[in-house]
Ligand binder design. Structure first.
Ligand SMILES: *[C@@H]1O[C@H](CO)[C@@H](O)[C@H](O)[C@H]1NC(C)=O
Ligand SMILES: *[C@@H]1O[C@H](CO)[C@@H](O)[C@H](O)[C@H]1NC(C)=O
Ligand SMILES: *[C@@H]1O[C@H](CO)[C@@H](O)[C@H](O)[C@H]1NC(C)=O
Length: 762
């Protein structure tokens, strides 16, 4: 019932339900051959869940099954260093006895990778359901070229790495302390937010209290300062969990959460000993509001990216959500401001009087110091959580949940895809300086191995944003889900991990936008600008003249006026045989461009729009004119409209040959009677003949023709398949050399000639 409602709502709300088509789609082959995509795979390994970017050393550290790797950030395909780190045989056997798969689960899956100090990394793995951690020596300088693990100093990884390779753990290393959100038992039931390493005693969340954590799935953790005073520093956890306060009678809803703790939390003195006294959590809302005011919630938090800004206390939080509905798939990106997060933690606490009561906003007196405040000189007089009065500790224990949720910036997702056959899994964001301001470019990984490049641009004001889906990139050779992502703004590279491999690709490919100012401008890619001759990387601070860019409006009329290339429209000749079909091909660069065809009989005649009907059909790559008539001859113009700018892409001049004339011609190689085996040869020749960039599409054209043929009653099925033939000089006998008319009519689809001069025979 609920799901049906949700579906209706999304379907009814045209503005948000429509999925956006990418402007460009690039295949894995294309990216690898032409656009600098590089890949990396470890032999006998998999599952690249942890990627760690180290700009200073220029390395990408990778954690996979039984292996750690150190790769060059400039080219992940070269100079790899590996560490083989298997689980101990005895743990593997024990894992196997516990009923786990010896090869799939009883391995050491590296889940945690952090920069520890100037010479070492800290890494943890599942160790065959026996979590382990260790220090990896990487050397101080780039040239040191060290990469080793001291297997004798491996330590217990409980509370740091999950036991189960399918589980995620989130952690952040602050100073020499590790803050992690993870299950700390074999069965995966005891979840905790845990502080370990370092000299202070370990601290965790209250155990088995569903008000604190209820089957959480930890997504990410960040350390964010609250003021100039480090005593106020907080650690923020992002997770999703079964909501205790969820509406009754609707099963167990999942909510997305943000949790906070103070870095200087030392636990309570008499109660909450070695437990957090500053833990609070709030719901993160990412929802679409329908025209009737109802909400469709995206509650399955998948990934979070923290985009630093100039103010260290106020980074932007980008979060990826999917729906929990089994009926439709939808994904959304919401952005949160720290101010809104802080406001929720300063708002009312959620309160439940007893088992039979509703969750309400707590109206009573809140003890001092207010739970959630860090002990510091900034906001109070307490120097340690151990000094907090008992009523504060008791209140904190019973009220970890805030009543008000955190709403996203703008109260709605900044990007949304529904009714598509994929969901979002990961996100990385790059802030780009363009000619008309800063743009946040989103790189969104999906569960089908693609990365979407999206930019938000203001429509009229900077408050009213419009999202442009610039590219859909197939980054793996298979379609495995993107499970990890790292971005290097410095190197302008993106690193993407999956179960099967890791890919590296540049953040931009300006050259792909073509050789005209209008194309470059229409792309509205903040990385690119027109420099007078080509579309290249826009660098904000260079004083080069002739840099033309207009991300906000993407209007070539103003930007590219006087650009000489605008007027050179390619013209081609096409021949059609009277009564047969002709295919007029025209492919715009942008998949978002709308194609319009016009027709002009003679140069003095009016230009009219081509009307599509039974006879003139719109195909994926052009239009198909069936049963061509003499009166169809003339000039066809292919116009592409995008962002209210119309370009002339191509002129096709159609000439129609009358049927008799065509009959008198025949393919030079053709014999009077063609034995069946010749057909295949002929067909293969034909395939080469058509010289088509995408044969399957041409096949589709033919297939369609074929099907239509079979609807017309015929005495005999044609022996030769009615396929299209590229009209080329050498394929036709000169007019004078008449052969016997063929017994069958060839149905021909002529295609646009690449070189008009080949039409000289006429
Ligand atoms: C990256 O390294 C691989 C392996 O050494 C090499 O084949 C490839 O050409 C390199 N690519 C670039 C762009 O340097
Ligand atoms: C980094 O930590 C490791 C492990 O504790 C230690 O052996 C090493 O000396 C430390 N390096 C520096 C530069 O402090
Ligand atoms: C050709 O088109 C088909 C269907 O439109 C598509 O699946 C295939 O990937 C295309 N091949 C190439 C080489 O572009």
């Amino acid at each position: 019932m609920i799901q049906v409602l949700v579906l209706l709502l999304l379907a009814g709300n045209g503005a948000t339900a429509a999925s956006t088509n990418p402007r460009l789609k690039l295949s894995f082959q294309d990216l690898r051959m032409r656009h600098g995509l590089r890949t990396y795979e470890l032999e006998r390994s998999c599952c690249y869940d942890s990627l760690l970017l180290d700009e200073e050393r220029g390395r990408l550290f990778v954690g996979g099954k039984n292996y750690l790797a150190s790769l060059s950030l400039d080219n992940i395909s070269k100079q790899d260093k590996k560490i083989y780190w298997p689980a101990l045989v005895e743990w593997r056997e024990e894992c196997n006895w516990a009923g786990k798969d010896i090869n799939a689960e009883c391995m050491n899956f590296i889940k945690i990778l952090h920069l520890y100090n100037r010479t070492h990394l800290y890494a943890c793995g599942t160790g065959a359901f026996h979590p382990i951690c260790g220090f990896i020596e990487v050397g101080q300088r780039v040239e040191d070229s060290v990469f080793k693990l001291d297997l004798r100093n491996v330590e217990d990884g409980k509370g740091k790495s999950p036991y189960d390779p399918r589980h995620m753990a989130a952690s952040v290393l602050v100073g020499e302390e590790l803050y992690s959100g993870v299950a700390t038992d074999l069965m995966g039931r005891d979840f905790t937010i845990f502080r370990s390493l370092g000299p202070r005693p370990s601290i965790r969340t209250e155990q088995h209290d569903s008000r604190w954590l209820n089957e959480p799935k930890f997504i990410d953790v960040f350390w964010i300062p609250e003021s100039e005073n480090p005593d106020d520093d907080k650690i923020f956890f992002f997770f999703r969990e079964t909501a205790v306060e969820g509406a009754q009678g609707l099963g167990k809803p999942t909510f997305a959460r943000i949790g906070q703790i103070c870095r200087n939390d030392m636990g309570g003195q008499r109660s909450l000993v070695n437990k957090w006294t500053t833990f609070l959590k709030a719901r993160l809302v990412c929802a679409v509001t329908g025209s009737d005011g109802s909400h469709t919630h995206f509650d399955q938090l998948r990934d979070v990216f923290m985009l630093p800004t100039r103010d260290k206390r106020n980074p932007l939080i980008y979060a990826v959500f999917t729906t929990s509905s089994s009926v439709f798939r939808g994904s959304a990106i919401c952005v949160y401001h720290m101010n809104d997060i802080r406001r929720a933690f300063l708002g009312p606490f959620a309160h439940k009087e007893g088992p039979n009561y509703q969750w309400v906003s707590y109206q009573g007196r809140v003890p001092y110091p207010r739970p959630g405040m860090c002990p510091s000189k900034t906001f109070g007089t307490f120097s340690s959580t151990k000094d907090f009065p008992d009523d504060v500790i008791q209140f904190a224990r019973n009220h970890p949940l805030m009543y008000n949720p955190v709403l996203p910036h703008g109260q709605r997702p900044i990007f949304l895809q529904t009714n598509v056959d994929y969901t979002f899994t990961q996100i990385a964001v790059d802030r780009v300086a363009a000619a008309d301001g800063h743009y946040d470019v989103l790189f969104i990984g999906t569960d089908i191995g693609t990365v979407l490049k999206v930019v938000s641009v203001p429509k009229e004001t900077w408050e009213n944003m419009e999202e442009l889906l610039l590219e859909e990139l197939q980054v793996f050779k298979d379609s495995s889900a993107v499970t990890s992502m790292q971005i290097s703004s410095k190197r302008q590279q993106l690193y993407v991990g999956s179960r099967t491999s890791i890919s590296q690709l540049p953040l931009h490919r300006c050259g792909i936008y073509g050789k005209a100012c209008a194309e470059c401008c229409l792309a509205r890619d903040p990385y690119c600008a027109w420099d007078g001759t080509t579309c290249t990387r826009y660098m904000h601070n260079t004083k080069r003249r002739f840099r033309r860019q207009d991300v906000r409006n993407g209007d070539p009329n103003t930007l590219c006026s006087g650009d000489p290339q605008r007027n050179s429209v390619p013209e081609k000749k096409v021949y059609g045989v009277e009564g047969s079909s002709v295919f007029l091909e025209c492919l715009p660069k942008s998949l978002q461009a709308k194609i319009l065809w016009t027709y002009q009989k003679t140069s003095s005649a009016m230009q009219k729009e081509v009307v599509l009907d039974e006879r003139v059909m719109q195909m994926e790559r052009g239009i198909l004119l069936r049963s061509v008539q003499r009166r169809d001859a003339g000039l066809y113009r292919c116009l592409a409209t995008e962002h209210s700018f119309t370009q002339n892409l191509l002129h096709l001049r159609l000439e129609v040959i009358d049927a008799q004339q065509a009959d008198s011609l025949s393919l030079s190689r053709e014999e009077e009677s063609i034995p069946p085996f010749r057909h295949k040869l002929w067909y293969q020749d034909f395939l080469q003949l058509v010289d088509h960039p995408n044969l399957s599409t041409m096949d589709q054209v033919c297939e369609q023709l074929w099907n239509r043929q079979s609807h017309h009653p015929k005495k005999k099925p044609p022996l030769l398949p009615p396929l299209s033939v590229k009209v080329q000089n050498q394929k036709w006998k000169p007019l004078g050399e008449k052969r016997k008319a063929r017994s069958r009519r060839m149905h021909e689809v002529s295609r646009a000639e690449r070189e008009p001069r080949s039409a000289g025979v006429w």
